[in-house]
Each structure stands twice: as structure tokens, then as C-alpha cells.
Design a protein around this ligand. Structure first.
Ligand SMILES: [Zn+2]
Ligand SMILES: [Zn+2]
Length: 806
């Protein structure tokens, strides 16, 4: 993309021109590097480090020594560490006082566990508690922020007797199978079920929040309000929180509200001023506790106060802390009121490593250094200088959409210039890389990252578009991308639709291992494009397709009815069963069984096999494309079914909502087609039926339960009326005949146009006057088609022939 290269060039130019790249002198020589080469670390990472662990730079950094604010890589390069090991190194790498204290402790005693007493823990908890206001006097020492927040949930539930816990959208409170439910950042949510009872409230973000607002920072969002005291918008965001509680949580069941004092992982997002205080009051009025997550904001980082919550004028019921507490030593803590801790005595509590002699020693030394070196004031002063400089940069560079934060917890938000659209992640990576190459390490957070890919080929094509079996002509382009998130047609599942930047993708087809994207406009080869997917369409396909897996598995296993093929249509789907004698009761039982499994929330997993894997024979194979040779995907529905498939599926049967059979009919020779719909289609169909029923109710002027009776009555009446009409018309015809027969002199011709007359009426008249030697012309109108109808001519041949022509 043109923009991409411009931006990078701009970044380099401005930096090099002003020559800000020189780091201040530092008289220190790091030890020579003796660890594995960068290439060896690549190999070890590929073989032994979990693939979910990502390194942030394109050329990974191997760091082996640190000294205060500096880090050294394997090539001896020095970096100014502004990120501090993700907001953790609070007093400097290998700070001499902390290091000396730890050395002394290591030579004295490492470990006892908390079933004994050791002096360090007592010295430490007293020191830590001196930093807290109010009744926050009881300390749990644990090992990580995740563990601290997990314990805080337990304490809040034990004390209140309530279950439901609320956190703010885009928050990060840690990573475990329980805390994943508290963390509301999609990037950290595995597509697996999480415990029930967690809710996420609207984020009061002055930059992206729907009501904007002002915050506790020198830098405000351009054009925001500048309220004195609490921001006026806080009330609106708090009202949303109360709506969440009143709508989603059983009455009187809220256990706690968790909030960071400034959201860290989300990119240093501050809340509107006054929000946290009002939210804490609300939660207490509903019977819950307020838990402050100080993992990133604690230990003086925000400058004005030792704890982030103090900036919000609120005293929490529980405070969790980690990271900065140990300057990199693995330790964390939960501080609470005594009465809350007392609710935790109904079971024993034990923690092997929490508060061990080394951790307690480090924690105490860190607190002493923060005091002795006046680091809180340093955060305030340096932070003020820093944010003022960032605000200057914002004026010069439209790519900086927002500058925010306080103390040494600062962030900038990168956007497409002149918009609030998040900057493409490749551009963000370029900027990150550029800053690292200048010798400065910073962090990157937030939830905005786009799927992008490079355009490899753009060719003209006239290949038709096939939409649910309907073929239509096409004259446009086929785009080949390096990578795609759009699913191509295959395996009975229709293709995705979506967009490449703002160009609509009308069809995606797989050719070999390439996916071709059909567009009406060309896209420049070599450019980067942002991919977006028509998610509603995709999710519908996932529901129908997974429903088919489930349905076929149950019909085959429990009713001996194997599926031979299947169809996903625009309105309905069907499976083709290899039988002509499918029993209605079997279908009903299978439907009930499928819906029971859906309500049980059975998980749907994907297993990967190499094509030659012997374990693959155990998995059931159906409909795998012949050119699929490399990695084979096997879709497993609990222990109910295993099936090779390259389609897209939901991750849990509960996402199907329900399955509904619509009926069956004979298919190809020896087959039966069983029609069905799944999920949202059931709701849509139900809506259509409801609309029809409403219309009928209005027409019949009676309730739906009477519709059948009323319609059948109307049909009977109509039959009777018709029958009577026929009789009346027949009598009328006879009258006409008698009238003519009896008239003197007898007329030579007889013409009659009777709009409503029936063929029967005309036939009777013709028959009755057959022997009278009168020329007859009869005409009538078709009741369903105006200006069309019947004409009868009867009489001497010569007249009929002459008139019939006309
Ligand atoms: Zn305001
Ligand atoms: Zn499938």
C-alpha cells in the first residue's frame, strides 16, 4: 500500500533528520554473550516453546543483561527500556539495593512455606500495609497477578455469598481458565467455554466511548468537555452499569466489580473522571464489593498517588497487585479488610510459595527504594515532561489520534490520519520496529489489530458467480492473496463474502492451495489489504454446516440412516439419506436428541493430522477433497462424532441454538431428502410464520386457534354458495329459453352478454334453443381475468362462418 511506505519513510526521515537517535552515554560494559545463537533460539522456540507465545519484533530480541533503565542484547546493543518487562521493573533492572538484599537472603534461607513463621514476611506485610488507607489491613501473599485476581473473586464471593462478577469491556485481569472469563479482551479469550457468572460493562473511554468525556490527565481528547470535578458523562456510563446489573444479574446477586485504575493491556485507557467512585458506590448499594486491580498502576507509577485508586477518590474493598511489587521477582498480593478475610475461614488456606523468604525480602527492599529514591515524585515529574512532549508530537503527526495517561503510565493511540480508524497493524509494526532500531523499547496494547494480507495477483476473469446453486454471469477480477480469512466454497459449504479494504468480495473459490477473491474493481498487485468478513453470513453457514454434522452423526449412529450428500441452500438445507423408508418417529427422536445435545453445550474441537498419520484411520472419513493432502482436519463433536472436514464450524453445540426438521420427500433414486434449518434460521422462519399469522388474524378477525375451523367453514359456505348459484343460473337460463320460445313473432337472432354467466349457463341456453333456428351470440367474462371470457355462436352454418371470422 502506498500509504504504508510513505509512513515508514516519514518515520525514518523525521527521526534521522532531527538526530534524536543518540542515547545518552552510560559507562557500563555488559558481560560477553555466551548463550545460544539467534538461529538456535529460533529452533528451540519452534520445537519447545508453545506456539501461542509471540515475540513482538520481526527480528526477535535476545536480551541477556539489564542494569537499571538499560537492557543489552546478544550483540551488545544497548536499549532504553521504557516498557520495564511489561510494567514490572519498578525500580530498575538489578537495582543494587534489591539485588544485595536478595543475595543475603539466598545465602540465609530460601523456603519454609506459610505453615511456619519467618521474620521477613512479618517485616514485609507491616511495611506494605503502611501504604494503604482505611481498613485495608489483611495481606495475602501469592505468586502472580492472575492468582491474585482469582483469589479476589473467591474472597468477594465468600464474603457476599453472591456469584456474579462484573468487569469492564477491554480489561485484562490475567490468564487462567477462570480469569479468562473476567478478562474482556478478545485476543486473550480462547474459543472455549468459561465459567458462568461473569459480565462486562460498557467502558467509559473518553476517546472511543459513545459519550466521550474528560479524564484525569494533562491531555484531553480534542473537543471533549472540561468538567470541574466529576465528568458529566460518568453518570451515563454508570447508568449503563446499573442497566447491566438490573438486566443480566439475578436480583441481589452481584459479588464484585473489578476494575484497573487505568486499563493497561488495552493501551493505557483512563476512565471519565468520577466514574470509578460512582461505580463503586453503585456496586456496594447492590450488595457487591469493589476490587481495584493495581497490577499495573500500583507502587507510585501514576505519580500523584501511591495507588491508582487514590486518583479516583475511592477506597476499594479488595486490592490486587503484582508486577511492580517485586521488580521482576515472581510475587503478588491481595489486600483486604479483616472481615472479608474472615469469610474465608470456612476452609483451610495454604500457599506453598506465596510470601516465601526471598519474595518478602525483595518486596520490602523495593518499597524502601521507592521511598529512598523518591520514585513516585520521579514518575510525576518525568511523566509530566513526557506527556507534554507526546502532546507536541500529536500536533505535528495526524497519525497520533490520542495521547493519554498520567505519571509513567502513558499511551498514544495510532490511527489512520484524520480519522479514528485504528492504524493498520503492519504500519504499527513498522513504527514499533523503527523505535526499537533507535534503541528504545516500548509496549504495544489495545484491541485493534486488523487482518491484512498482500495482493499476489490480480487478473481479469469471466468465471460465473455461483450463489446457493444459482449461476450468474460475472465480468471482473480475481485477486490472489498471500493469506486469507475468507472461506472458499467447498465441502458443501458456500463461500464467504467480505471486503478487501473497501472493495466488496462477491465470491471466493479455492484452486489448488490458492483462494481466489472475485471483485468488480482491480486491486494493485503487491499492495497490503485489510480483510473483513461478512460475519452474519459466515455464522449462518457455520450453524447450518455444524448442524448437518450433528444430524448426520445421530441419524447414522442411532437410526442406521447414513447420509450420502447434503445441501446448504439460501433458505433451507437438506441431508440426503440412503433409504426410501424413513420413519417419521425416527426423525422426531433424532430431532429431540440433537436439541438435547445442543442444550448440553457439547464442545466441538478440531484435531489436526498429517495425511500419513496412522491415527487418522480411526477417524471417520466423509467427503474430503482429493487435492487436500497436507494437514487433515478432523472435526470432533464431544465423543459423539469424528469427521474429516475442511469447512467452518462453531466451537460448541450451544452456538447452534436449536435444530428444526421441516419435512422429508423422495430424492434421487433410492434416497430421501430430509429438510432442516438451524439456529438463527429457525428464528427467522418463526418470525415469518408469526407475520403470516398476524395477517390472517386480522383478515379472519379471530384468534389463531380458530383459524383452521374458520377457513374450513368458509370453504364449506363457498361450496354451498357456488352450488346455489349454479342452480339459480340454470333456472335463469330456462327462463330465457322459455321467453324466446314463447315470443311472437319468433326473433331471428338472440344476443346476450352476461358478465357473471358460467359455461354451464351458456350451454343450457344453446341446448334449449338448438331446434329453434335462431342465430345465437352469447358472451361472458372470466371471473379471474377481466376482458377475457367466452363467446358462443349457434345457428345456420352460413351465419356462423361469416361472423366467426370477425
Ligand atoms: Zn467531562
Ligand atoms: Zn464440516
Amino acid at each position: 500500500m502506498l500509504y504504508n511506505s510513505k509512513l515508514v519513510r516519514h518515520c525514518h526521515n523525521s527521526i534521522f533528520r532531527r538526530n534524536v537517535a543518540t542515547l545518552p552515554k552510560y559507562d557500563f560494559t555488559p558481560k560477553p554473550y555466551t548463550g545460544p545463537s539467534l538461529q538456535r533460539t529460533d529452533e528451540i522456540k519452534a520445537n519447545h516453546i508453545p506456539p501461542a507465545v509471540h515475540n513482538i519484533y520481526r527480528k526477535p530480541l535476545v536480551l541477556h543483561q539489564g542494569r537499571m533503565q538499560w537492557l543489552f542484547d546478544h550483540e551488545g546493543r544497548r536499549y532504553l527500556d521504557l516498557f520495564g518487562g511489561i510494567v514490572t521493573v519498578s525500580v530498575g533492572h538489578c537495582h543494587p539495593k534489591v539485588t544485595a538484599a536478595l543475595h543475603e537472603q539466598i545465602n540465609t534461607l530460601w523456603h519454609t512455606t506459610n505453615i511456619y513463621r519467618h521474620p521477613k514476611i512479618y517485616e514485609y506485610v507491616e511495611k506494605l500495609i503502611s501504604k494503604f488507607p482505611g481498613d485495608l489491613k489483611t495481606v495475602y501473599l501469592v505468586n502472580s497477578g492472575t492468582e491474585a485476581n482469582d483469589l479476589a473473586i473467591l474472597l468477594a464471593r465468600a464474603f457476599t455469598g453472591h456469584e456474579d462478577v462484573i468487569s469492564l469491556q477491554s480489561c485484562y485481569h490475567g490468564y487462567s481458565s477462570t480469569i479468562m472469563a473476567l478478562t474482556a479482551t478478545q485476543a486473550y479469550r480462547m474459543p472455549l467455554s468459561v465459567p458462568a457468572g461473569f459480565h462486562h460493562a460498557l467502558l467509559p473511554d473518553p476517546y472511543r466511548g459513545i459519550w466521550g468525556g474528560c479524564r484525569d490527565s494533562l491531555s484531553q481528547v480534542a473537543g471533549s468537555c472540561s468538567c470541574i470535578g466529576d465528568c458529566v458523562t460518568s453518570q451515563k456510563y454508570v447508568h449503563q452499569l446499573s442497566e447491566l446489573i438490573d438486566n443480566s444479574i439475578p436480583a441481589g446477586r452481584v459479588a464484585a466489580l473489578f476494575a484497573e485504575s487505568v486499563q493497561g493491556v488495552n493501551g493505557t485507557v483512563q476512565f471519565t473522571r468520577g466514574y470509578l467512585k460512582q461505580a463503586a458506590e453503585l456496586i456496594r448499594s447492590k450488595g457487591g464489593l469493589f476490587v481495584a486491580d493495581e497490577v499495573q498502576t500500583g507502587f507510585g507509577r501514576t505519580g500523584d498517588a501511591f495507588w491508582g485508586f487514590e486518583n479516583h477518590d475511592v477506597v476499594p474493598d479488595i486490592v490486587t497487585m503484582a508486577k511492580g511489587i517485586g521488580n521482576g521477582f515472581p510475587m503478588a498480593a491481595v489486600v483486604t479488610r479483616k472481615e472479608i478475610a474472615e469469610a474465608h475461614t470456612r476452609a483451610a488456606y495454604f500457599n506453598t510459595f506465596g510470601g516465601n523468604p526471598m519474595a518478602a525480602t525483595v518486596g520490602k527492599a523495593v518499597l524502601e527504594v521507592i521511598e529512598e529514591e523518591n520514585l513516585q515524585q520521579n514518575c510525576k515529574d518525568t511523566g509530566k515532561y513526557f506527556i507534554e512532549q507526546l502532546m507536541q508530537l500529536q500536533k505535528q503527526h495526524a497519525v497520533i489520534g490520542d495521547v493519554r495517561g498520567k505519571g509513567l503510565m502513558l499511551g498514544i493511540e495510532l490511527v489512520e490520519p484524520g480519522t479514528k480508524k485504528p492504524l493498520d497493524k503492519n504500519n504499527v509494526s513498522d513504527i514499533m520496529e523503527c523505535i526499537k532500531d533507535l534503541g528504545v523499547l516500548i509496549g504495544r496494547g489495545g484491541r485493534w489489530s486488523n487482518y491484512t494480507s498482500k495482493v499476489l495477483k490480480c487478473e481479469k476473469t469471466k468465471e460465473p458467480i455461483v450463489e446457493y446453486g444459482k449461476v450468474s454471469k460475472f465480468d471482473g477480477y480475481q485477486i490472489t492473496l498471500e493469506n486469507t480469512i475468507l472461506f472458499p466454497a467447498g465441502g458443501g459449504q458456500p463461500h464467504d463474502k467480505g471486503w478487501l479494504n473497501d472493495t466488496e468480495v462477491l465470491q471466493v473459490l479455492r484452486k489448488g492451495d490458492e483462494a481466489l477473491h472475485f471483485t468488480l474493481e482491480p486491486i494493485i498487485e503487491g499492495s497490503e489489504v485489510v480483510q473483513r468478513i461478512d460475519w452474519q453470513r459466515r455464522f449462518d453457514h457455520m450453524q447450518q454446516h455444524t448442524g448437518q454434522h450433528l444430524l448426520s452423526a445421530i441419524l447414522e449412529k442411532e437410526h442406521n440412516l447414513p447420509t450420502t450428500s447434503w445441501w446448504l441452500g439460501a433458505e433451507e438445507c437438506f441431508v440426503e439419506l440412503d433409504s426410501t423408508t424413513v420413519k417419521y418417529e425416527d426423525i422426531k427422536t433424532a430431532e429431540e436428541r440433537c436439541n438435547k445435545l445442543i442444550s448440553e453445550g457439547i464442545s466441538v474441537n478440531v484435531k489436526f493430522f498429517k495425511a500419513n498419520d496412522p491415527a487418522l484411520n480411526e477417524a471417520h472419513t466423509r467427503g474430503l477433497p482429493k487435492d487436500c493432502i497436507d494437514t487433515i482436519r478432523v472435526i470432533c463433536i464431544g465423543d459423539i462424532d469424528e469427521n474429516m472436514c475442511c469447512g467452518t464450524h462453531v466451537t460448541n453445540l450451544s452456538q447452534l441454538q436449536m435444530i428444526k426438521f421441516l419435512g422429508m420427500e423422495p430424492g434421487k433414486k433410492g434416497k430421501t431428502n430430509l429438510r432442516f434449518i438451524v439456529g438463527n434460521r429457525v428464528l427467522k422462519t418463526f418470525q415469518k410464520m408469526l407475520d403470516r399469522e398476524k395477517a390472517l388474524t386480522a383478515l379472519l378477525k379471530n384468534e389463531p386457534s380458530k383459524h383452521e375451523e374458520l377457513v374450513s367453514k368458509m370453504q364449506k359456505n363457498l361450496k354451498l354458495i357456488n352450488k346455489n348459484l349454479q342452480n339459480v343460473l340454470a333456472e335463469l337460463a330456462q327462463c330465457e329459453i322459455d321467453k324466446i320460445r314463447n315470443s311472437e313473432p319468433k326473433p331471428k337472432y338472440f344476443c346476450l352478454f352476461k358478465k357473471e354467466s358460467t359455461p354451464e349457463f351458456n350451454r343450457i341456453i344453446c341446448k334449449g334453443l338448438e331446434t329453434e333456428n335462431i342465430f345465437i351470440l352469447l358472451a361472458s367474462e372470466d371471473p379471474d381475468k377481466a376482458k377475457e371470457g367466452q363467446i358462443y355462436l349457434q345457428g345456420p352454418e352460413i351465419h356462423c362462418n361469416a361472423l366467426g371470422q370477425q
